[in-house]
Design a protein around this ligand. Structure first.
Ligand code: ATP
Length: 344
């Protein structure tokens, strides 16, 4: 199904404007991630879509052609997966997954068939008869997903579903989840404050800040064409290059760079992978730190700006701490963003 929100806002009784009037459309089978820092309104938006929170007057929520704004959570037919699993600990995996179907009073044969189907899809067949307490965190989260999917919801909502897991499991499950959600071919909204997670799972990411969706686009689009300083910094950790801008020239402590266009009134951003350590280049700096990260090194460089900037260096050898180096940044790698849009 498609989801559409028009003029949807939320003011809590104490006056907190958690969500400013928002427009959001999610296509059939599309996976959209709501990404933003703590307190930006992601959970509020998700709870409004689920029907767990009443939005301000004038808000409208559409599931296909149905206006569901006044519909209760039970009648919206959404599946939900939370960080805290919310499973029944003493029931078996099979019983947990079948719970929603039993509530819908489906015939036992139908329940069994559907539970078996999602058990297979989520690769939980070997654990079907285990109690939840006898599963690992990752397995529990797969059960929570299977349980949400089994009633064939119109829409699946996931709120930080991987947050409780340790880092390596989180990464594995993230990639599994990306595949599974596409297999289910279900329209889904995924809330996270982790940009890697959003980029790995979603077809489209809606970046939120202070109760607003500030930019929405494919992961590549957000990374390459951020429209605000906030998005540039939040998605892919772009760094600012503060210096004096004079037309197409940026004067830095360590040298000069050419901008792709006149930069007056803008903040200049660059990403670590575009800060190149070269034999001869327009900028001079000193190596402060060298961190080996397996696929690349992260080199902290002082002297280019008044603070240390990072270069992502993928060569087999790295310069040494204290070494004087030359640095180049191509004009196309410099992102010029309007100063006034900075919100964080
Ligand atoms: P997090 O990642 O920390 O969960 P979030 O982006 O999901 O954050 P929300 O939980 O939607 O943010 O909260 C948005 C804002 O609304 C915050 O400033 C929060 O303090 C406020 N808020 C949330 N619930 C209530 C409430 N019941 N009453 C008043 N203010 C609230």
């Amino acid at each position: 199904m498609t989801l559409r929100l028009t003029n949807t806002a939320k003011t809590y009784p104490d006056g907190t404007k958690a969500l400013l009037p928002t427009e959001l459309s999610v296509g059939k089978g599309e996976i959209v991630s709501l990404l933003g820092p703590s307190g930006c309104g992601k959970t509020t938006l998700l709870r409004i879509i689920a029907g767990l929170e009443t939005p301000d007057a004038g808000s409208d929520i559409w599931f296909d052609d149905d206006n569901v704004t006044a519909l209760s959570v039970e009648r919206r037919q959404v599946g939900m997966v939370f960080q805290s699993y919310a499973l029944f600990p003493n029931m078996s995996v099979r019983k947990n997954i079948g719970y929603g179907l039993k509530m819908q009073k489906l015939p036992k044969s139908e329940i069994d068939a559907r539970v078996t189907e999602v058990l297979n899809m989520c690769q939980l067949q070997p654990f079907a008869n285990r109690a939840i307490t006898a599963l690992s965190g990752g397995q529990r989260q797969r059960v929570a997903l299977a349980r949400a999917i089994a009633p064939r919801p119109r829409l699946l909502l996931l709120d930080e579903p991987l947050s409780a897991l340790d880092a390596s499991l989180r990464e594995t499950l993230r990639d599994e989840l990306a595949v599974l959600l596409r297999e289910f071919n279900i329209t889904a909204i995924f809330v996270t404050h982790d940009q890697d997670e959003a980029m790995a799972i979603a077809d489209r990411v809606a970046v939120m800040s202070h109760g607003r969706v500030v930019q929405s686009g494919t992961p590549e689009d957000l990374y390459r064409n951020p429209t605000s300083s906030f998005v540039a910094g939040f998605v892919g950790n772009a760094m600012t290059l503060s210096g004096k801008i004079d037309g197409k020239t940026l004067h830095l402590e360590g040298g000069q760079l050419t901008l792709p266009k006149k930069g007056d009134g803008h903040t200049i951003f660059v990403r670590g992978e575009d800060v190149q350590i070269v034999e001869t280049g327009p900028l001079q700096g000193t190596v402060e730190t060298v961190t080996f990260l397996g696929t690349h090194y992260r080199i902290g460089i002082s002297g280019i700006t008044s603070y240390v900037i990072a270069s992502i260096h993928s060569g087999h050898q790295a310069p040494k701490v204290g070494e004087k180096i030359n640095v180049a940044i191509s004009p196309e790698a410099l992102m010029l963003l309007p100063k006034e849009v900075a919100t964080a």
